[in-house]
Write a protein that binds this ligand. Structure first.
Ligand SMILES: [Zn+2]
Length: 169
């Protein structure tokens, strides 16, 4: 099932999500639906709050269907370590048609549970490191817009307000 993506302005995106406590068929179905919804939206990462479900789970596929091993499920993820810095453009499915330059860690190690509840650690660099930080932020109710300077953030908010007024958001 493909879920519509919740857009910026919906409070679910700025609310810390609840931990996953039950691993089973229901969660497997949710994960399948999240991958399907992410691919449909042309994204490389999706967090459950972005489909209106306030649970600590995200999916990532930085290969966009090319490499099955790149399909990652992050349940209850935490960042273990961050090394170095990278600057690059970042976007978000919940803030469509906007991209902003943002500094993130270059090499990031996370600890998370997979769809079966098994804990694992994984280190990502560059795009994967950026995706880890972006998706884990989502689960804590943080959007990339929160990392921008006040001036840039206000500009984006004004543009979004106009789009909303015109019924285009
Ligand atoms: Zn996002």
């Amino acid at each position: 099932m493909i879920y519509p993506i919740v857009k910026y302005g919906d409070p679910v995106l700025e609310t810390p999500a609840a931990p996953i406590t039950e691993f089973g068929d229901k969660l497997k179905k949710l994960v399948d639906d999240m991958f399907e919804s992410m691919y449909e939206a042309q994204g490389v990462g999706l967090a459950a709050p972005q489909i209106g479900i306030s649970l600590k789970i995200s999916v990532i596929d930085t290969s966009f269907k090319e490499d099955p091993a790149a399909r990652l499920v992050l349940a209850n993820p935490q960042i273990v370590s961050v090394e170095g810095k990278q600057r690059g453009d970042e976007g978000c499915l919940s803030i469509p048609d906007f991209r902003e330059s943002l500094v993130r860690g270059k090499k990031v190690t996370i600890r998370a549970q997979d769809v079966d509840g098994n804990w694992y650690e994984k280190t990502g660099e560059d795009l994967l490191a950026r995706a880890f930080q972006h998706e884990i932020d989502h689960l804590n109710g943080t959007l990339y817009i929160h990392h921008l300077s006040g001036l840039k953030r206000d500009m984006m908010k004004r543009k979004i307000k106009r789009l909303k007024r015109d019924g285009e958001w």
